[in-house]
Design a protein around this ligand. Structure first.
Ligand SMILES: C[S@@+](CC[C@H](N)C(=O)[O-])C[C@H]1O[C@@H](n2cnc3c(N)ncnc32)[C@H](O)[C@@H]1O
Length: 287
């Protein structure tokens, strides 16, 4: 057998190996890894299909392919994930941002006047992708992102720096149960861990083995964090403050019930691109 040496050959070889190992997006993954190994853009790969791949580039690629064959997501191998309008650094301490979470960003933007100054609070910020995406869209807004994970907070800070948003955002390592009442946030957002403990073992290896457990596990029924957050909301929300929480596809009724019991008025359930319930929008109206 002839050793693959051109971009085209190497791509086909990697795709075949990924496919044979049950990776469900072999073409895309092979392309992204080869682009990274060679420092090329997508369009360069197409134009340069006959280009030779050097031994050094092959070595770099093989190290990345081995990680993908062990089901590590491409975003973790590359250390970056595209979300909304930017690229976010992803680390072992953060959830890998999901495209479905853009539903929450869209939902908040549809309820907020972009020209007004707004204070945002992000509960469980991870990479900071939700808060930083909103700050990009709301030029007069400021934000606080909190997370119980020190590594996540450091990652979010670096993402804020590279997006030039550091002057409008702060990140703090703290458990949301320890937040002091402030009554000053116009918008509270969060994508809390919502997988039921018993379901964790059945998750795809890309999720189960690589996303931090503190970003996944929502307790016995998956709803623990919603109960904690609902108890906190009246203490941190400003009058008429807006809440947007990401939910699991089957959790809308439960989460609406939890928020309603805490005195919030549920406005909307938003669906993601696949048509699954993905985000609850509510408002805090003091009576
Ligand atoms: C599902 S991840 C969401 C991360 C990010 N917001 C996103 O959408 O990609 C949930 C985050 O909540 C954090 N977290 C879990 N329990 C927490 C708690 N009690 N207080 C603060 N943060 C918590 C986790 O460390 C994790 O970063």
């Amino acid at each position: 057998m002839v050793e693959p040496v051109t971009v085209r050959d190497v791509l086909l070889d990697v795709q075949d190996r990924l496919r044979a190992n049950g990776i469900d997006t072999p073409e895309l993954d092979a392309r992204l890894l080869l682009q990274a190994a060679m420092g090329l853009r997508h369009e360069d790969l197409i134009i340069e299909a006959a280009l030779s791949v050097s031994d050094q580039e092959r070595e770099k690629l093989e190290a990345m392919v081995a990680r993908r064959l062990a089901h590590e997501p491409v975003s973790r191998i590359l250390g970056r994930r595209a979300f909304w309008n930017a690229d976010f650094e992803v680390t072992t301490d953060t959830l890998d941002p999901r495209a479905d979470s853009e539903t929450l960003v869209e939902g908040v933007l549809s309820h907020v006047d972009r020209t007004k100054p707004r204070a945002l609070l992000d509960l469980g910020t991870g990479t900071g992708c939700l808060l930083l995406s909103l700050l990009q869209e709301l030029p007069r807004a400021t934000g606080l992102g909190i997370d119980v994970s020190a590594g996540a907070v450091e990652t979010a800070r670096r993402n804020a720096e590279s997006l030039r948003l550091a002057d409008r955002v702060e990140f703090m390592e703290i458990n949301w149960n320890d937040l002091t009442p402030s009554g000053s946030y116009d918008v509270v957002i969060g994508n809390p861990p919502y997988i039921a403990a018993a379901d964790i073992a059945d998750l795809a290896p890309e999720v189960r083995d690589y996303d931090p457990l503190t970003a996944l596990s929502g307790g016995a029924d998956g709803l623990d964090c919603y109960r904690e957050i609902a108890a906190l909301l009246p203490a941190v929300l400003a009058e008429n403050g807006l809440v947007a929480l990401e939910i699991g596809a089957a959790q809308a009724e439960d989460v609406k019930g939890i928020l309603g019991k805490a005195g919030l008025v549920v406005l909307q359930t938003l669906t993601d691109l696949a048509g699954h319930d993905r985000c609850i929008i509510a408002r805090w109206m003091r009576v």
